[in-house]
Ligand binder design. Structure first.
Ligand code: MRU
Length: 342
């Protein structure tokens, strides 16, 4: 994707350094974070400098390659790194998929680990491009689409999953309008999805998380497309907290609810959504908000009653029966058809 006239991927590796678009600063500042070793890269995943399933996966693959580059001849070192990378965040399947692929490749040689990590990143780009082409076939002209969180190119290496069909449709000349859930508490919709859409000149508006049902009841939404962090073999879908409520309301109003995700997000070893680990994040993400003040400086401010505590589950699971179809790079499937893809 292009930012101010230059082509960018969300994550890439340059001579052993993992380069990441610093997503905690967006949309206020565009900066590249450089992770010099796998520990730096782990920190970047845990602190959400990089986030979104595909981007986390590619980054984790590069982190595993960094560990091989640093000390690939020491199995204990490699194993410590492998576990550290897997401990950064628990929900996105792509992270585990990528670490294991690069770990196995590195047993042949360090060079092979680097090649495999790059391959995973390139495959992510190809898969997301294809998801865009296939998903575009579901989008009618003059379509109003609601999306939750950010499953755009910032959440992958490029193109995105849920937003890729939107970009393809828009470039093909279709009129599309996107209702962007702000996605509390971290605001990935209001901050990242809105920034991406603005950057691509796609007409959109940010809506409060609790406005979706109202808009659906008024006939303003034609379809929902969301991404996913992990899909169980039975088609249950883990995605950013709040997705489940949207799916329930969409079914109530007869609005198609699509999930877009590459095959690397499907956990074929996980029989059902109730087994997907749900990340619990720090309560400060709920109690405080971060933004820029009038002087353009980033500030963190308390937006809750002092002394109150909060809980902060980062994901929820939408049962397969609420999902109209899953858009993958191999085709568009009913949730119960996924198991045949293994
Ligand atoms: O906590 P995040 O920002 O890493 O959450 C992941 C997500 O961006 C969403 O859940 C998204 O819809 C699916 S990942 C492409």
């Amino acid at each position: 994707m292009q930012v101010e006239g230059s082509d960018y991927r969300t994550v890439w590796m340059e001579e052993g350094t993992v380069c990441l678009i610093e997503q905690n600063l967006l949309p206020f500042e565009f900066r590249i974070f450089r992770a010099e070793d796998y520990r730096d890269t782990c920190m970047a995943i845990a602190t959400m400098i990089v986030r979104g399933a595909g981007a986390i996966g590619a980054t984790a693959g590069f982190a595993m390659a960094q560990a091989y580059l640093e000390n690939g001849s020491d199995p204990a070192f490699v194993e410590t790194a492998r576990q550290a990378i897997k401990n950064t965040r628990p929900t996105a399947q792509n992270l585990f998929y990528a670490v294991e692929r690069v770990y196995k490749a590195g047993k042949a040689s360090v060079a092979q680990a680097v090649i495999e990590a790059q391959q995973i990143a390139d495959e992510d780009v190809d898969a997301c491009r294809r998801i865009g082409e296939l998903g575009n076939t579901l989008i009618q002209d003059s379509c109003n689409i609601e999306t939750h969180c950010n499953a755009g190119w910032l959440a992958f290496v490029d193109y995105g999953s849920a937003l890729s069909p939107v970009y393809t449709a828009h470039r093909a000349g279709k009129q599309v309008f996107v209702y962007v859930d702000e996605t509390r508490p971290r605001g990935q919709g209001a901050r990242l999805t809105a920034w991406e859409l603005e950057n691509e000149n796609v007409p959109h508006v940010i809506i409060p998380d609790n406005a979706g049902a109202h808009l659906m009841s008024q006939g303003k939404i034609d379809m929902m497309i969301v991404g996913s962090d992990r899909i169980a073999a039975n088609g249950d879908v883990a995605n950013k907290i709040g997705t489940l409520e949207k799916a329930i309301v969409a079914q109530h109003y007869g609005i198609p609810f699509y999930v877009a995700a590459p095959i690397s997000t499907i956990d074929f070893t996980c029989p059902a959504g109730k087994h997907i680990p749900i990340e619990q994040r720090h309560m400060d993400e709920v109690l405080y908000q971060t933004g820029t003040n009038d002087q353009g400086r980033m500030e963190k401010v308390l937006v809750s009653s002092p002394g109150s505590e909060a809980i902060n589950p980062a994901f929820d699971v939408t049962p397969a029966e609420l999902v109209t179809a899953i858009i993958t790079e191999k085709g568009i499937y009913k949730p119960h058809e996924l198991a045949t893809l293994e």
